[in-house]
Design a protein. Structure first.
Length: 206
């Protein structure tokens, strides 16, 4: 089960709920390799100075180019995780209650065209999105944007601009493949979004 989308679309929360529901292992592409992520503190991470400098000094085109190069380097590892999980699942039922035969993989490094090219049986992908207004409000709230001095807002501005451009590129790819995305900014709680994801990928009777 693959869940893609740009930052702050709710991937991590929805993926955790889906993984718990399915009894699958949960892996985030953000954990596979380091790349400048959110330039504000997280519960388990304080961004080093070079992260803020990355967003403060690079142009939007340079930020996108650096992100795409990072994602390109992750492709082999992502493909390995997907094919490995599909192979384990197709091997039959788990041998014990502690076995976790399936995988929920979430992250912004998942690209629709790459996933489509893999064409791995037993794999489903859902793409999450939200409006510019919703993403802006979420990032401003999470970072305490309006309490910061102007200079400290610049890295957040850069991260937001990169995220919005990334979403446009990703959803354009989704559209070209004839797929749709799930809007996570319509007020539904995470539990309802997780149920929608599970329903969207459930096998349909022929």
């Amino acid at each position: 089960m693959l869940i893609g989308g740009t930052s702050n679309t709710g991937k991590s929360t929805v993926a955790r709920l889906v993984a718990d529901r399915l009894g699958f292992e949960l892996v985030a592409t953000d954990r596979l390799a380091r790349h400048p992520g959110r330039p504000w503190p997280q519960p388990d991470w304080i961004p080093p100075p070079h992260v803020a400098e990355h967003y403060r000094t690079l142009s939007l085109d340079e930020l996108i180019a650096a992100m795409l190069e990072h994602h390109r380097r992750l492709r082999p590892r992502i493909a390995e995780l997907i094919t490995g999980a599909a192979s384990r699942t197709s091997a039959g039922p788990a041998r014990s209650s502690v076995d976790r035969p399936g995988l929920v993989l979430e992250g912004s490094a998942l690209w629709p065209a790459d996933i489509a090219a893999l064409d791995v049986a037993g794999t489903a992908a859902v793409w999450l999105g939200a409006s510019e207004e919703v993403l802006t409000a979420r990032m401003h709230a999470a970072s305490g944007y309006h309490r910061l001095p102007a200079d400290d807002r610049l890295p957040i501005d850069g991260f937001l601009a990169r995220s919005l451009r990334h979403q446009t590129m990703l959803l354009d790819s989704v559209s070209r493949l004839g797929s749709e995305h799930l809007d996570t900014g319509d007020g539904r709680p995470p539990e309802a979004l997780a149920e929608t994801v599970l329903a969207a990928v459930a096998p349909h009777p022929s």
